[in-house]
Design a protein around this ligand. Structure first.
Ligand SMILES: *Cc1c(COP(=O)(O)O)cnc(C)c1O
Length: 362
């Protein structure tokens, strides 16, 4: 097959498993003998309903969700959820707690504040430039939910353990680590994440909502902005992001059948991260930016001790076939995103490149 395969470390949209891309290519012109492409058929056809229901079933199995949880595929990205979460779950007089661990958390906070909702920022890592995850979050008794960002894509920090919040339900933006490891969904009222990092092609946003949270949603919201609408219609109130959901179905099938589930995925992800942090820790040339106990297994962020070599590092990496290593424009530096689909062999090749680069310029 004619496909230019590079080592893809893009932060999102990002690498997909090669076998998934091949399956899309093979079935693209004729989806399951329908004589039509998956992008040409009705979202209400048996073909697409099969895709959607299979994606939902696989998600439920992988995350061990019980019947209290609805799985939705929405549009507007994680960014629209920043606004929909407070709109749907906070009535007059309700308050919510937010943890600020970087740009994405701050955007979620801003959208709640814009609506005049009563929220408290109960913990923040701004004091040390968002290089860590605050421990022991001092949540407020009586809050409707505690919102946090499970993995900070830009800063390279990640919650190892989710906040302890007793009976206050958790709400999380899991855009950049959903389905990268197993976790207990039961403390969550709601969680969400864009498809484009760990799950498939951009377009859809995965959301998981617990029934008691669905009951909080006011009847008066605009129809499209109400989680009730999408839950009652199984994500088919209007035309969903069909192609994106299709790619997610194939990635979930790969995760379940080829990888073998979330435990196996997590151990592969741990191995990849250890290989990279190993190089960073051994060297005085590369300096990791996240504090050790807060390091992300998905986005490894670092600076070069000679900062004016960073552009050269990124450029030589590209010439050697390593893509996507530039840090987010808001922070600079370098970032290696190693989502589920990035292989151990790609990481091993990058490790070799980094060691060679250090010998050459360090
Ligand atoms: C990428 C990302 C987003 C933005 O997602 P969109 O789908 O583009 O709205 C939000 N939160 C986190 C943690 C992200 O990594």
């Amino acid at each position: 097959m004619k496909k230019k395969q590079v080592h893809n470390f893009n932060p999102g949209p990002s690498a997909l498993p090669l076998c998934v891309l091949e399956e899309i290519q093979e079935s693209f012109l004729d989806y399951q003998y329908s004589g039509m492409s998956i992008v040409e058929i009705s979202h209400r056809s048996r073909w697409f309903e099969g895709v959607l229901n299979d994606a939902v079933d696989r998600l439920k199995r992988l995350l061990k969700l019980d019947e209290r949880f609805h799985v939705l595929f929405l549009q507007g990205g994680a960014s629209l959820q920043f606004c929909m979460v407070p709109m749907n779950f906070l009535k007059a007089g309700d308050t919510a707690d937010y943890v600020n661990t970087g740009l994405w958390s701050a955007k979620a906070i801003k959208e709640a504040q814009l609506q005049g909702k009563s929220i408290h920022i109960v913990a923040s890592s701004e004091d040390r430039d968002f290089s860590y995850i605050p421990q022991k979050i001092p949540y407020n008794e009586g809050s409707t939910y505690l919102h946090f960002t499970s993995n900070n894509t830009i800063r390279g920090t990640q919650f190892r353990e989710f906040p302890e919040s007793a009976h206050i339900p958790l709400v999380a933006d899991m855009s950049s680590d959903i389905m990268s490891r197993p976790f207990d969904v039961s403390p969550f009222g709601f969680l969400y994440g864009g498809i484009q990092k760990n799950l498939g092609a951009a377009g859809a946003c995965l959301a998981i909502i617990r029934k008691d949270f669905l009951e909080r949603v006011p009847e008066t919201l605009p129809t499209m902005l109400s989680y009730r609408t999408h839950a009652s219609k199984n994500s088919l109130f209007n035309t969903p992001a069909c192609f994106s959901i299709y790619t997610a179905q194939l990635v979930l099938k790969w995760l379940e059948e080829t990888i073998g589930g979330l435990e196996q995925m997590a151990s592969i992800n741990q191995k990849k991260a250890q290989m990279l942090y190993g190089v960073l820790d051994e060297s005085g040339f590369y300096n990791p930016t996240a504090e050790p106990d807060s390091r992300s297994l998905m986005n490894i962020t670092f600076r070069l001790s000679i900062q004016n070599l960073e552009a050269k590092f990124i450029q030589e990496a590209e010439m050697s076939g390593f893509y996507g290593l530039k840090g987010h424009r808001s922070v600079g530096g370098c970032r290696v995103s190693i989502y589920n689909a990035v292989t151990i062999s790609s990481v091993a090749a990058l490790v070799d490149f980094m060691k060679t680069f250090e010998r050459k310029y360090g």
